[in-house]
Design a protein around this ligand. Sequence first.
Ligand code: PRP
Length: 207
Amino acid sequence: MDTHVVEHPLAAALLTTMRDERSDNATFRNALRELTRMLIYEAIRDAPIEEFDVQTPVAVARGVRIATPPLLVPVLRAGLGMVEQASALIPQSRVGFVGMARDEQTHQPVPYMESLPDDLAGVPVYVLDPMLATGGSMKHTIELLVARGATDVTAVCVVAVPEGIRALADSGLPVRLVAATVDDGLNDDAFIVPGLGDAGDRQFGPR
Ligand code: PRP
């Protein structure tokens, strides 16, 4: 699976703020918003563009726009903190929603909500979720997208681990990954180490 880790000192500094247990909910949310901007820059870097003429106050210039804006799919709750910046950067994009909570005992994803366009043939999809741990939530989300015809999915994550990357690669699903870091791995509770804690709780408080 194609995996791109964003390497930039500003991204590393924002990630550090998110990791720091002393960062309160608002500080964490702000850092996630800003880091999302960088992740989206990288995710869309090679997207096809269309050229068109634009009239400046002086002359006609060639302008560009993204040929097919992606559908943005935040995975609730934690992905919610990424969608505002992503849609601000790509204003033509539509937004779909998937709600999923990981069972604390089994670590399996438990879906509780989906609101997605019926037909995703030919539509690039960016799934927004700060954490790729076992990969179960991401896999399930991509299966929902593929069932609607999606063939071009980008997982946009802050922290990924080798276990989750392997799970996505082994699934054979049409996905690539853009992340800010690949951490060491999972502990016995399937929490990312060193990670940043529970990205949903750290934005919105405990469930
Ligand atoms: C977290 C995270 C991912 C998932 C990752 O969500 O935001 O969705 O766990 O774990 P996985 O790769 O092992 O599936 P959580 O279930 O804590 O829900 P929340 O976003 O509502 O806090």
